[in-house]
Design a protein around this ligand. Sequence first.
Ligand code: BEZ
Ligand code: FE
Length: 633
Amino acid sequence: MRSFEHTGSPVRVVFGAGTLGALRSEVERLGRRRVLLVSGSSQPDVVERAAAGLGDLLAGRFSGAAMHTPVEVTARALESASDADVVVSIGGGSATGLGKALAVRLGVPQIAVPTTYAGSEVTSTLGETADGVKTTRSAPEILPATVLYDVDLTVDLPVATSVTSGVNAMAHAVEALYSPDADPAVDALAEQSIRLLAAGLRRIVTDPADVDARADALTGAWLAGTCLGAVGMGLHHKLCHTLGGSFGLPHAGTHTVVLPHAIAYNASAAPDAVARVAAALGRDRDAAAAMYDFVVEVGGPTSLAELGFRAGDVAEAARLATARPYPNPRPVTEEGVTELLTDALAGARPAGAPDFSWLTDQVVASFANAPDARVRQLLSDLVRRAHAFANDNDLTQDEWQYGIDFLTRTGAITSPTRQEFILLSDTLGLSSMVDLLTNSRTTETTPSAVLGPFYVPGPPAVAPGADISGDLPGIPLRVDVRIEDTTGAPIGDATVDVWQSNEDGFYDLQLPDLEGPVLRGRLTSDADGMVRFWTILPSEYPVPVDGPVGQLLESTGRHPYRAPHLHFLIDAPGHRRLITQLFVAGGAYLDSDTVFGVKDDLIVDFAPGEGSPPDGRAVEGEWRVLTYVFRMG
Ligand code: BEZ
Ligand code: FE
């Protein structure tokens, strides 16, 4: 199951052809009357039309928007209408950015009319430059109130700009697909965005005036911007930011060159997200190569060299882009980014995943003559999955060696009284998986649970009603359980082995100073199937953590605790052996047992005892009673 948090964007979006004509009514819809109209220097005729449409609502205008939103430009723009009650921005990312800077300063809403595929019109982030330093902040009030997408305004966008701006938008969608904050809604928007942008740009390059193609691209850009506003971005955005901010490379062009390489970098760590990118581009695999081929197809730049980046800048750019950690599917290392930048500098086509299946096939074929069919099946499948594991994760020599060392240490600590391999299997849930497969296929019998390492065969015989606690401290517990078959008939003469931890969570095997076996014993069911004895309430306890498994738990942030439980191993002639545990309802770690052994049907009320304790036992203070019916198949 996938858990997520999603907040819907409150931006009002008006999309269509000629929607600029609705500008005045959108201003009025917000209840505003004094418009500050801002833009860059391009498309002066569009700005003129907007001004005419606003008529007497126009309080001031400014057409000097600049890249990276310098604060001195914002200050000058403010002088144009410091009493404005709404800001209207027309243009690409620079105009939208200036609009945001003004709207937050004035505390008024913004209407954005984007003319490129930047996407920033639907985000609540503002990047501003002061004294050459760019700082970025996010706040709900930065988000424009209304976005007017007028497809007609994008028809004149030069093809080259359409391509880089469009691929820049695609980058938002790609990084959204593998963002840790993504959710099903964002996934759907991102995938559809890539599809629409790809379809739109392919047609725009052959016919820039194709209004339907323009509509597809602009819709894709809106969806991509929505992704950008909804989730955090990764390596690609960070790297492009560095290349733009510190090396002066053009924003959208840089995104276009870097995107295929960023996808290649993350492909092994986010295979599902990357597969969706490939699918959205119309390929069934190799998203990185598919994106590169797409950029070539639509005539975009493919090398950082053609944008002015130099080989001598690679090391510094890699250092800057990895200076501070941030979320990204594959860990971001200076070495990895250096390789990425070297490829991007040269404009190399990212290689598709190499196909090493011939090796797997050879190994599998080597088992073909194994006489035992089951051995053949298990070994062949194990090899296939182990090879796929190495391949899919791009396993490095160091990681493989670490795994070998880990298993070597696991073997070294294993002894007749310490089985670290079983503990490894337990903590990876493999023991519980095999247990489920073997023992829990019917609902009529009591579910089983793992044996664990603390069982000792042939425990001391215990008389009915006797106490197995050896006077160890703890809350006295009376156990009255019944053994039945699946028809409900009692099973007499069943051998019932029980064992448990003491009040501090230790088994007798772990306490060398303790005399003899204690808190364990063998009972026999009577003719009514009943087994009765006294003990103490079991406690939660950690599995042994002084070996490699303990290191694994610690390094993955997992606790080592088992929920409090009592073990049972029941043998009865004519019935399948039942190995199980009963868990104390309300006990600690029931929902995070470190060996994944808890099953709902095995959580039992260890109820407070009432009246006089059975078997004439004298008990001072609190005592508990466990009653349960075991059903054997
Ligand atoms: C136990 O319940 O005794 C146990 C099971 C698996 C690992 C460690 C302990
Ligand atoms: Fe146990």
